[in-house]
Design a binder for this molecule. Structure first.
Ligand code: KIV
Length: 305
């Protein structure tokens, strides 16, 4: 058997129309070369395909699915089956990016066996290449067990939304000395456990910079400042497709929400004023059928006279 790279697959856009398949090894290389890594969430085939074809290195089916797509109040309610359904759809749209699946609340906290079997489902049924788990040093043993089962793991520390009730809200973490020390311990423990990457959410820029310099694994920030090895944002946030006030770190790259509202309003008006559909947007009978139909109708009219 020969040792070959994981394939270059054609995609629709990008400078040369091709994007190299991103693997966990690629992420390490990017960190060593100080090249920023990009990651966006996606929850369906169409958006996953668009994001992948731009050349974003990682696509995360985040448990933010709960709010962005399913309209839950927080991430705690989303289930394994709901996550898996969306991971499968995203898988069908992704060729080059590394595909991450978020382990939902309750899928890894109960016991190691169920955590292993849920992680395995994401890989076997969903086609995910990495699973993401929230929590620091207390998760290190579990993460080792999952990696032992040949499943790469993304760690996630700092503001971990699944701990919202314990944190007493969505609060920036690591603002005092003991918080900083805890975050450093968490980062080092997960790095030693062998995580493929480490998401740093909602922590001071200075702390994210210290962690990034300390650990070998690539750090991917969200609300953690510019010194991380990469950045992740929620797809719906950058397009203004999420409702409510955005967090400080969210940059809106387009106003797709307004574009959708405008298009839907125009459709409604066009139908109400009979401007849609036009004759050009209608199907027509073939000439011969129309002629025959005319003859038949004429005959009927004549019989009625
Ligand atoms: O669920 C999610 O979208 C996430 C990222 C924002 C890191 O966990």
């Amino acid at each position: 058997m020969s040792i070959t790279g994981i394939g270059v697959r054609p995609s629709m856009s990008g400078n040369d129309g091709m994007h190299q398949k991103v693997t966990t090894a690629t992420l390490r290389e990017l960190k060593l070369r100080h090249e920023p890594i990009t990651c966006l969430t996606a929850y369906d085939y169409a958006t996953a395909r668009l994001v992948d074809e731009v050349g974003i290195e990682m696509i995360l089916v985040g448990d933010s699915l709960a709010q962005a797509i399913l309209g839950y109040e927080n991430t705690l309610s989303v289930t394994m089956d709901e996550m898996l359904h969306h991971v499968k759809a995203v898988r069908r749209g992704v060729k080059s990016a590394l595909l991450l699946a978020d382990m939902p609340y309750g899928s890894y906290q109960v016991d190691t066996q169920s955590a292993l079997s849920n992680a395995t489902r994401f890989v076997k049924e969903g086609g995910a290449e990495v699973v993401k788990i929230e929590g620091g040093e207390k998760r290190a043993d579990l993460i080792r067990r999952i990696i032992d089962a040949e499943i790469p793991v993304a760690g996630h520390i700092g503001l971990t939304p699944q701990s919202v009730n314990v944190m007493g809200g969505y609060k920036v973490q690591g603002k005092n000395l003991s918080g900083v020390e805890q975050l450093m311990r968490d980062a080092v423990a997960l790095d030693r456990a062998g995580v493929a990457l480490l998401v740093l959410e909602g922590i001071p820029r200075e702390v994210a910079a210290m962690i990034t310099a300390e650990v070998e694994t690539p750090t991917i920030g969200i609300g953690a400042g510019p010194d991380c090895d990469g950045q992740v944002l929620v797809f719906h946030d950058i397009l203004n497709l999420s409702f409510g006030h955005p967090a400080k770190f969210v940059r809106r790259y387009a106003n797709v929400g307004a574009a959708i509202t405008g298009a839907v309003q125009t459709f409604r008006t066009d139908v109400a004023t009979r401007q849609y559909p036009s004759d050009e947007e209608s199907y027509h009978l073939p000439k011969e059928t129309r002629a025959t139909l005319e003859t038949v109708l004429e005959r009927k009219r004549a019989m009625r006279r």
